[in-house]
Design a protein around this ligand. Structure first.
Ligand code: SF4
Length: 284
């Protein structure tokens, strides 16, 4: 079960996304998955390239729409392990509306965000998760907007699995991704994944100094939603580990009346050729 392929990532040396790629590959292998059982769907951005760097089905879609495609895939073939991946701009900027609805819909997919608090592919503009006062090419005098805190938004929208990782802690990240994939419902793993080229503020050292690791708090209870929200607010979202898990989560697919066990992707679809032709012409 080798999830590596021959494509060499063209990320900058030191980019946090390398660790995320390796963690996904290790997590899938540890779970005993086969490449043909997994689909990676990504959006646009440096991190969006990840779907081409993992030996599995890959779909590199349009900006902010990874979750739409991932949900469609899961509905068509519920036997697939579906992972959506992308950056903070892709997921919490243009894709925020899709994110909110994917959270409340609770389909059984895993969403991994490489959050570097900047737009890297387009060379250094402030992003939705850039802090107030953050200086970037588009905010030379400092960002006058407040940042989105993804964990806070996710909890407010009713997420059933929420974890955060850090590119410097691969062992924790592998474990979190494994748990996210095993969770029955929508799981977010938001990863602090530094952009070493354009973000000179939120560096590896900065995260090490500011992150609170929940693994080091023995009495933290990740099944307590109110405690999870309190932790996220107290740390301004800068905490890693399993933040919240609803152990009674029932995925969307399981609630569809009459939903067949046989994936739609494998169903025989019979359509009268004349009707098919007519339908095509109607939409031409
Ligand atoms: Fe990574 Fe930033 Fe380079 Fe993009 S620009 S590959 S996010 S380090």
């Amino acid at each position: 079960k080798d999830f590596r392929n021959d494509v060499r990532p063209n990320w900058c040396p030191g980019c946090g996304d390398f660790s995320v790629q390796a963690s996904i590959q290790r997590a899938l292998a540890a779970l005993g998955k086969e490449p043909h059982e997994v689909a990676i769907v990504s959006g646009i951005g440096c991190s969006g390239r990840i779907s081409g760097y993992i030996n599995a089905y890959g779909f590199h879609g349009v900006h902010g729409r990874a979750l739409s495609t991932a949900q469609g895939l899961k509905l068509a073939n519920r036997n697939l392990t579906v992972i959506a991946a992308g950056g903070d701009g892709d997921g919490f900027g243009i894709g925020l509306n899709h994110f909110m609805h994917a959270v409340r819909r609770n389909m059984d997919i895993t969403y991994i965000v490489m959050d570097n608090q900047i737009y890297g592919l387009t060379k250094g503009q402030h992003s939705p998760t850039s802090a107030h006062g953050f200086k970037a090419k588009t905010t030379p005098s400092g960002n006058i907007e407040n940042a989105i805190v993804p964990a806070q938004v996710a909890l407010a929208a009713g997420i059933t699995f929420l974890a955060q990782g850090f590119s410097s802690d691969v062992n924790q990240l592998v474990r979190l991704i494994q748990e996210a994939i095993q969770h029955r419902g929508f799981a977010l793993v938001n990863v602090f994944s530094p952009c070493v080229t354009y973000n000179k503020i939120n560096t590896y050292d900065w995260y090490k100094e500011h992150i609170r690791n929940l693994d080091e708090i023995p009495d933290y209870d990740p099944t307590d939603r109110a405690a999870a929200m309190k932790m996220v607010v107290e740390t301004h979202g800068l905490c890693t580990g399993l933040i919240y898990k609803d152990e009674h989560s029932v995925p969307y697919e399981d609630q569809i009346p009459g939903y067949r066990e046989e994936p739609i992707a494998f169903s025989d679809i019979h359509m009268d050729p004349a009707l098919f032709e007519k339908t095509l012409r109607a939409y031409a």
